[in-house]
Design a binder for this molecule. Structure first.
Ligand SMILES: Nc1ncnc2c1ncn2[C@@H]1O[C@H](COP(=O)(O)OP(=O)(O)OP(=O)(O)O)[C@@H](O)[C@H]1O
Length: 333
């Protein structure tokens, strides 16, 4: 397909700008195992996109195809305006990739790793030194710069990996599970770094198994399941996709429990816990209606909890056993 047919994003002035990443019908199999079964993507420049999926869903395979490390069996993909199959060098010049296949060499120091990167990008020596020093400073690695990278903590290695990627000043960065295995503090630190990149105008494509991470960082999220995108949209759009909001009322007294079960409509009983569950959007109006009905029947619940759907619900509904069928993307756009 010629590039002009690929989808584009429309900016405020009415001019279409090419998306940072677009893909149509990407497929990939290993032997008789289908890993990707027709993936479409459209990621506007300057945004954060999260590809969310459980272990083995195919996230890394998507990143490898888009970063030209492997080729798809069929389908089209363009990154930074370059076709991944026809112009892999153009793609490589525009992107940075960090993650599971880290470029950090543990035998040399953090600084030497940075210099090596500067050489790879053919930066003049003095500029390479300046860029390396700036980035090491930015990622809080100046103090450790002269120590072998093998002595770095997991969080420091990730930061060094990202700093090395930034030597080439990429406009699009692929972060493959950037915080897997990091402690909560290092994870938050990495999130701050990613937000900083985005405010510099970089497009971020991240893969993650963490719903919270996608919710925190991404403008748009795609849920990958069984080699297909089960749904995509903003976190809020995805949350609206599935029902799951409910109010739970718990009782100490079995008589109160039975009376409430009779007084309220649409309840699901949990006789062991003496708890009733009612579908609800958690709004003040719906809560008031439930409480009014209990008041009218002279019943008081011992505990009331409101559960609004979160990304966990979406994720498990879409990727778990017995998950709902794949949604057409238009439903959530
Ligand atoms: N070179 C390969 N040969 C055979 N099978 C492969 C190869 N690479 C990946 N696979 C299989 O493809 C599937 C998807 O792998 P991929 O690494 O893309 O998943 P992922 O979503 O990134 O998972 P994880 O979160 O575990 O990294 C897995 O079942 C994996 O075993």
């Amino acid at each position: 397909m010629p590039s002009s047919v690929m989808p584009t994003s429309s900016q405020g002035d009415g001019h279409a700008s090419p998306p940072a990443v677009s893909a149509l019908g990407l497929r990939k199999s290993y032997g008789d195992k289908t890993v990707l079964d027709g993936i479409d993507l459209h990621i506007p420049a300057g945004s954060v996109f999260a590809l969310l999926g459980p272990n083995g869903a195919g996230k890394t395979t998507v990143v490898k195809i888009l970063s030209t490390l492997i080729s798809a069996d069929s389908g089209q993909a363009q990154v930074a305006g370059h076709d991944v199959a026809a112009s892999p060098d153009g793609v490589r010049a525009a992107i940075g990739v960090t993650g599971q296949f880290s470029a950090v060499d543990g035998l040399i120091t953090g600084e030497e790793n940075m210099f090596l990167m500067a050489d790879l990008h053919h930066l003049p020596k003095s500029e390479g030194r300046r860029v390396a020093a700036d980035l090491l400073e930015r990622f809080d690695l100046t103090e450790a710069a002269k120590k072998p990278a093998s002595t770095y903590s997991g969080g420091m290695k990730r930061r060094l990996d990202l700093a090395m990627t930034l030597v080439g000043d990429p406009r699009i960065i692929f972060l493959d599970e950037p915080t897997t295995g990091l402690d909560p503090r290092s994870r938050h630190n990495m999130w701050q770094i990613i937000r900083g990149l985005v405010s510099d105008g970089v497009t971020v494509f991240l893969t993650t198994q963490y719903l919270e991470e996608a919710d925190e960082l991404a403008d748009r999220i795609a849920v990958l399941s069984d080699g297909r995108i089960a749904a995509q949209g903003t976190a809020d759009e995805l949350k609206r996709l599935i029902p799951g909001g409910h109010v739970r009322l718990r009782f100490e007294d079995p008589r109160g429990y039975e009376a409430a079960a009779t007084a309220l409509r649409d309840v699901t009983r949990d006789d062991d816990a003496l708890a009733l569950q009612l579908p609800s959007d958690g709004s003040q109006r719906e809560l008031r209606a439930i409480l009014d009905r209990l008041d009218a029947a002279g019943i008081e619940a011992d505990e009331l909890t409101v559960h609004t759907p979160d990304l966990d619900d979406v994720f498990f509904a879409l990727t778990g056993p017995g998950s709902v069928p794949h949604q057409p993307k238009e439903n959530v756009r």
